[in-house]
Ligand binder design. Structure first.
Ligand code: NIG
Ligand code: FE
Length: 444
């Protein structure tokens, strides 16, 4: 809502310049005032929070927030606000009164598969009847079902469906998202998926990172010839993905019934040779050795982690790998919950992402993940906020530009509805507490 302009001479000059330009050149600064609580502010940004530090959540009561262009320009207490500061902003300024409302940094969702075709609710009914995820996969369902549907879909159809998912998650508070390939499983279809992700990156206001997950499942054509498929991933797919610069990271589903530790190592080594840092699926279905392999190759994150014990925690301690838990998948597949509390007590950081995908977590709602973090994993609300903002930003390599409210970071944040306390965010699970969402300083 436009309440008033503060126009000085410099701004009038800017105004006349922008006026003649196409609308996407139009920039409007924001002055959000009377914020009940400005949450997760940082004067001295840190890349992540671990152990006891996960309870640290700096915030300012009765605060203001200023943005300019795509970035956060400043913030502070309303009582310290000096109107002259607005004169240093060289854009027209929109003023928003946030009385009774809080401002939080947008969620970062560091693990999704949100480019996919169709849906898999029929398997979901099989699951209700008692057939396990692994059994469904063995019968040619699961990931291979999505592979078939993706093969039939055009790049345009995939792009449109994924775009709608991005719009939905943004409306629920997500401002950064990692998206994986892995439903192609042929060189052409993996490239098709990654090109869709590249277009989303170019056109969406969300911060997006892409991950090549060729080794997500063995396709039907390679049934009984898993080693040959791994060779294809290594010798053909990775070089082609790298040649087109289509991925930031490389992933492998290192788990029982999928890819072994040795296969994972070979794929990661080749990925790293081509400049792709690992981010892997590990220990969802069993103790797969995947966590240790991830640490060995300095993975940015190891994800899922339902099967984590002392050996895995020891491997992670002292590493630069973010343990990332995916509550949506554990909930939807009714698996054991990863020992998040134990990890934090051991001094580890923990990140929590949605795993948005058609098979194991058909939801990208990070507000639900925030609630799950508290309800099922016994994280305190402060820890859960760190797990879904800063730590997930680290887990997708963007904690220098998003994940907290800090000067110079992207202005990706939301204004809540009127809420009583910050604890209300995870407590009131299932309802949307986001009233206004901003990405790169613009209302979306
Ligand atoms: O992260 N575990 C492996 N991959 C996805 C599921 C993909 C699917 O079932 O379509 C996951 O849960
Ligand atoms: Fe996943």
């Amino acid at each position: 809502m436009l309440i008033s302009f503060f126009i000085n001479w410099a701004q009038m000059y800017t105004y006349s310049l922008y006026f003649c330009r196409p609308s996407n050149y139009w920039n409007m600064a924001l002055f959000i005032k009377n914020i009940k609580r400005l949450v997760q502010v940082e004067e001295s940004p840190v890349p992540l929070r671990a152990g006891k530090e996960m309870q640290t959540l700096y915030s300012i009561e009765n605060a203001y927030l200023l943005t300019q262009g795509e970035f956060i320009f400043g913030f502070g207490k309303m009582s310290d606000f000096v109107p002259e500061v607005l004169q240093s902003i060289n854009e027209p300024i929109e003023e928003i009164d946030a009385t009774g409302k809080m401002v939080l940094p947008a969620f970062c969702d560091s693990h999704t598969h949100l480019v996919y075709a169709g849906s898999r609710e029929i398997e979901y009914v099989d699951k209700i009847k008692g057939i396990s995820y692994e059994e469904i996969a063995k019968r040619g369902g699961g990931i291979l079902n999505s592979t078939k549907l993706l093969h039939q879909a055009s790049e345009e159809e995939l792009y449109d469906a994924a775009w709608q998912r991005l719009e939905e998650i943004a409306s629920l508070g997500t401002g950064a998202v990692e998206i994986k390939s892995g439903y192609g499983l042929t060189t052409d279809d993996e490239l098709k998926m990654l090109r869709v992700i590249r277009r989303l990156k170019e056109n969406s206001p969300l911060a997006i990172r892409s991950t090549f997950l060729g080794a997500h499942a063995v396709p039907l054509d390679y049934k009984g010839k898993q080693a040959e498929f791994v060779d294809l991933v290594i010798n053909e797919m990775i070089p082609m993905v790298a040649a087109e610069e289509l991925a930031d990271y490389v992933d492998v589903f290192c788990d029982k019934g999928f890819f072994t530790e040795e296969e994972t190592e070979r794929i990661l080594m080749q990925g790293m040779k081509y400049g792709l840092r690992p981010k892997i699926h590990a220990n969802e279905l069993d103790y797969s050795g995947g966590i240790q392999v991830g640490v060995k190759y300095n993975a940015l994150s190891v994800d899922h982690l339902e099967f984590t014990d002392d050996a895995e925690i020891d491997a992670l301690l002292g590493s630069e790998t973010m343990p990332t838990i995916l509550p949506g998948a554990a909930f939807f597949l009714e698996m054991v919950y990863a020992p998040a509390r134990k990890m934090i007590e051991a001094g580890l950081p923990v990140a929590m992402a949605s795993d948005f995908n058609p098979g194991s977590s058909p939801s990208g709602n990070m507000q639900f993940i925030l609630s799950m973090a508290c309800i099922k994993y016994r994280l305190l609300p402060e820890e859960a906020i760190n797990a879904t903002t800063l730590n997930t930003a680290y887990a997708m390599g963007v904690s220098d530009i998003v994940g907290t409210i800090a000067k110079g970071k992207l202005a990706n944040f939301f204004i809540t509805k009127s809420i009583s306390t910050i604890e209300f965010m995870p407590y009131a699970y299932g309802s949307n507490k986001v009233e206004k969402m901003f990405l790169k300083g613009k209302r979306v």
